[in-house]
Write a protein that binds this ligand. Structure first.
Ligand SMILES: [Zn+2]
Length: 205
């Protein structure tokens, strides 16, 4: 086994989770050299830590917002293991965040959860009806139940109704993005471009 720690030789992408914290963990576990995406991920994390130290930002932030977000995602049908898999971290990491004794989480972790929450919370139901029922039985409020998930003191009463399924929400999201991209492209055209496009259409007709 190669020495642990200082592994700098370039390596091929070895694991599907490469480029995430999970990838780095796999390399360490199997003693394989880190591949380029894993090295890039690591460098990014180191930079982030340096930035935080420089800006004197605390490395740890209150766990409450992360815990509420994870519970809200479970309430709409995202199982913990599915979230962990998608985000490239271990399930135990998320379990630790959710533990009632956890009061602080790392800033990086909190930011990841926040980012992913923004992506999933209002994009319809998650894949698991079972996770949804489980979370509902525990009274976890869903994303729509919260007015201010970070600052609100009292937990809201769950009453969130999911209007559509995640797949359907994704299709709508993609269609909107496509439309916006098309509009953006059109707005970048110069008058000469427009004239050329018109000429092409006319000659094709
Ligand atoms: Zn890797």
């Amino acid at each position: 086994m190669p020495p642990r720690g200082k592994i700098t030789a370039p390596g091929p992408v070895l694991y599907p989770v490469c480029g995430t914290a999970q990838g780095i963990y796999q390399h360490r576990k199997h003693g394989t050299p880190r591949c380029a995406p894993c090295r890039a991920f690591n460098a990014e994390q180191t930079e982030q830590i340096k930035r935080d130290i420089y800006l004197r930002r605390p490395r740890l932030v209150p766990a409450r917002g992360s815990q509420r977000r994870l519970r809200a995602l479970m309430a709409i049908g995202w199982p913990l293991e599915e979230m962990a898999r998608m985000w490239g971290i271990g399930r135990t990491v998320l379990q630790r965040v959710l533990h009632p004794d956890t009061v602080k989480v790392s800033r990086a972790r909190a930011e990841l959860i926040e980012r992913e929450y923004r992506r999933l919370a209002f994009a319809g139901a998650g894949p698991s009806a079972r996770a949804r029922t489980w979370a509902r039985n525990r009274g976890f409020p869903g994303p729509m139940d919260w007015d201010d998930i970070d600052r609100q003191e009292r937990e809201p009463v769950p009453g969130y109704v999911i209007e559509r399924d995640h797949q359907e929400a994704l299709v709508i999201d993609r269609a909107v993005k496509k439309m916006l991209a098309k509009r953006e492209r059109r707005s970048r055209l110069t008058p000469a471009d427009r004239q050329a496009a018109r000429a092409r259409r006319e000659s094709a007709a």
